[in-house]
Design a protein around this ligand. Sequence first.
Ligand SMILES: Nc1ncnc2c1ncn2[C@@H]1O[C@H](COP(=O)(O)OP(=O)(O)OP(=O)(O)O)[C@@H](O)[C@H]1O
Length: 260
Amino acid sequence: MTDTNLIEIKNVNKIYDNGVVGLKDINLNVKKGEFIVIVGLSGAGKSTLLRSINRLHDVSSGDILIDGQSIQKATGKKLRRMRRDVAMIFQNFNLVKRASVRRNVLSGRVGYYGSFKSTLGLFKKSDVDLAVKSLQRVNLAEKFYDRADALSGGQQQRVAIARALMQEPKIMLADEPTASLDPATSTLVMDDLKSLNKDLGITVVANLHNEGLALKYGSRIIGLRAGELVFDKAVEQVSETDFDEIYGRTGQIKIKGGNK
Ligand SMILES: Nc1ncnc2c1ncn2[C@@H]1O[C@H](COP(=O)(O)OP(=O)(O)OP(=O)(O)O)[C@@H](O)[C@H]1O
């Protein structure tokens, strides 16, 4: 891990068109190689924050820098180039269910192609090789020609991770990646995220509802409540009180499966 800030979030506010405040004056720096977990109640602003980092939506004020450059101010080619560095996976996997795993994984590479070639599926041999390698990384190489909807939920999420890897990203955003999965499958998906963090040096920012998973996988935990950052701590320093505060609990519910 180096000391370089890969993501800098500066005084960011997000107010939706209907007046709902999504984020309030968020300041946050993420260093290369960190595994950040964001926790908070439903509606706390976790997805809003993640979607601001890759500019799936604009923020209302403030700035977000990726590797020292403002993604908020970037346009055209520069924005597309910056977005390649920031991959994302979602709760519902977002695969094209009727297409093959091969096609889904290769679609992660479209940021490197003009629309003509990618629409026709004219991918280079080196990219097909990269697709095989990405699927091997999530232990699904044998599913290359299967249809996406023939796979289990956990397998679909791991195909989504392989697709994200096709971007050769510096950052992986994961929006509730395990919310649709059972506990055993959730662990497999989190293990894949951990391995690409450790082995490939990809910085991970994941929204998680599950406290046990947050404590097991995160190197740093960020707590959001009603759009505000209420704590930002190395995992070793996070206490049950921090979670109680985030979830508005009175202390009768205990953390299960964590290291506290
Ligand atoms: N497109 C939108 N238009 C208007 N308000 C929105 C929009 N998206 C989110 N919000 C509101 O912004 C606030 C933050 O929502 P967000 O989805 O970021 O929370 P979250 O912490 O990710 O919740 P969850 O865990 O349920 O996904 C909520 O009050 C939500 O209703």
